[in-house]
Design a protein around this ligand. Structure first.
Ligand SMILES: *Cc1c(COP(=O)(O)O)cnc(C)c1O
Length: 464
């Protein structure tokens, strides 16, 4: 652990259980934690799905169909903020009433509807407002940034990527290499865990950068890995890449809204993210981009332009002479969707009110609680038929709000049984279930019930 002054989140829970004279592993303790609300819950700000509405739930197996499900999938699709509908409806009304005038009139002129979101978005990723903007979608934004930051030459032509990067990121990288008339086999440098290990060690990443750095044009990594839930040492790795003269970009799909980030101070070159996972802005919502201010002289870079790359005040003169908007905004191509921005605003309002540092504190406690209950209930790393193993690191500084569990056997059957009982989590090929205890809306009793249900499902599946 690099922060020795902070107590391990498990110790905080253990101390509370002692103080309240309760068994840490009891349901009572989970209920007491929710009741005392030491780490405040914001569940009432979200629509939380009910059992009766989920097609996968077998209503004969649940006590009360009106009850809420156990939603552990906020890393895949965040829940809807209750204000989202109101914000979107406002824009529907405006469109119906004033049509095209909506672009420049009203509380939120559509032509600039991304603007009010930028300060809160920047706070969430630790950036200056001008370094951040909302535009396009994640994969599109990775391409746009790579056009600028992957500029291979004779000496430097490689891209360092994880072997098990998210498929879209892998395809982006391969296609960018091909666009430069180069061969992916020669240009792709893939990081893999050591034999018998599941996640990458920071020291190994640093060693590859040290050894191969002179040939690496770009390092592209995820802040939090979608599959393993590993939180990378963004600061350290960024410094190492720079010390060898490489650019470094981060895909923050699973990091944004999940962990605290300091992109400006960490000197990250660029980053991109989607907003529908921990940021709760709805499927396929608008993407985010970070460009460090040291790169604002984008005219010197190679990039793709559209009319929205042109600064706002002269954009509509339609001069066909590009004058770039300042900062990340120069990467915008098209006019942003007011409907997507409205959904994102609903969620960012909540993040901004609470503060990501506070959420992260609660997140560490919730995840440690889940881990403690799982440890108590299941055999880890054993070789028995019912063995499970965590893929996610156990150090709270190396993970966010996610625990991925690998099953030795019957993972699909266990997943089916969980779904029938209203535990919403996701299955990833070939043998992993991912559970995300989201500090905005998951409670301690959600976690208690989830682990109990998992235990129950194990009994059912392995008795067969
Ligand atoms: C979710 C996710 C994506 C999805 O990309 P879209 O362009 O939003 O469809 C890409 N990369 C990573 C690492 C992700 O986790």
């Amino acid at each position: 652990m690099n922060d020795s002054t902070e107590t391990h989140p498990f110790c905080s829970l253990d101390a509370l259980a002692n103080e309240w004279n309760l068994d840490l592993f009891s349901e009572e303790f989970s209920l007491e934690l929710d009741k005392r609300n030491i780490w405040p819950s914001n569940r009432d700000k979200f629509h939380y799905p009910k059992l009766k509405d989920l097609s996968k739930v077998d209503l004969s197996l649940v006590e009360d169909p009106e009850a809420e499900c156990i939603y552990m999938c906020g890393n895949s699709l965040g829940l809807q903020a209750k204000t989202a509908r109101e914000y979107v409806n406002k824009e529907f009304d405006k469109w119906a009433k004033i049509g095209v005038y909506g672009h420049f009139e009203g509380e939120l002129p559509w032509a600039e509807c991304n603007e009010p979101l930028r300060p809160a978005m920047a706070r969430l990723v630790g950036a200056k407002t001008e370094e951040v903007d909302l535009m396009n979608f994640l994969t599109v934004n990775l391409h746009l940034m790579m056009v600028s930051f992957y500029r291979p030459n004779e000496k430097r032509f490689k891209i360092l990527l994880e072997e098990k990067a998210f498929p879209s990121d892998h395809y982006v990288v391969e296609s960018q290499i091909k666009l430069n008339n180069l061969n992916p086999e020669e240009c792709l440098l893939l990081l893999r865990p050591r034999e018998g290990e599941l996640t990458l060690r920071t020291e190994d990443i640093l060693r590859v950068i040290e050894q191969e750095g002179d040939q690496i044009a770009l390092v592209l990594l995820s802040g939090v890995h979608y599959f393993t839930g590993q939180l990378f040492k963004i600061n350290e790795i960024t410094q190492a890449a720079h010390s060898k003269g490489c650019y470094i970009g981060w895909d923050l799909a699973h990091a944004v809204g999940n962990v605290d980030l300091k992109l400006h101070d960490w000197n990250v070159d660029f980053a991109a993210w989607c907003t529908y996972k921990y940021l709760n802005s709805g499927a396929g919502s608008i993407g985010g981009v970070f460009l460090h201010e040291k790169h604002f002289e984008i005219a010197n870079l190679k990039k793709l332009d559209g009319w929205w790359s042109h600064r706002f005040d002269t954009r509509f003169e339609m001069s066909n002479k590009i004058e770039y908007a300042i900062g990340a905004s120069a990467y915008a191509l098209s006019n942003p969707s007011i409907l997507l921005c409205s959904c994102l605003k609903a969620s960012l309002d909540i993040f901004d009110e609470i503060g990501i540092e506070n959420l992260r504190k609660k997140s560490k406690i919730l995840t440690a609680y889940m881990e403690a209950l799982l440890n108590k209930t299941f055999d880890r790393n054993n070789n028995s038929e019912t063995g499970i193993e965590y893929i996610t690191p156990t150090d709270p500084e190396e993970r966010g709000a996610q625990i991925s569990i690998r099953f030795k056997n019957n993972v699909r059957l266990v997943h089916d049984e969980l779904e029938k009982r209203g535990v919403v989590c996701d299955f990833r090929e070939p043998d992993v279930l991912r559970f995300a205890p989201v500090p905005l809306y998951n409670t301690f009793s959600d976690i208690y019930k989830m682990v109990k249900t998992l235990e129950n499902c194990f009994k059912i599946v392995f008795r067969k």
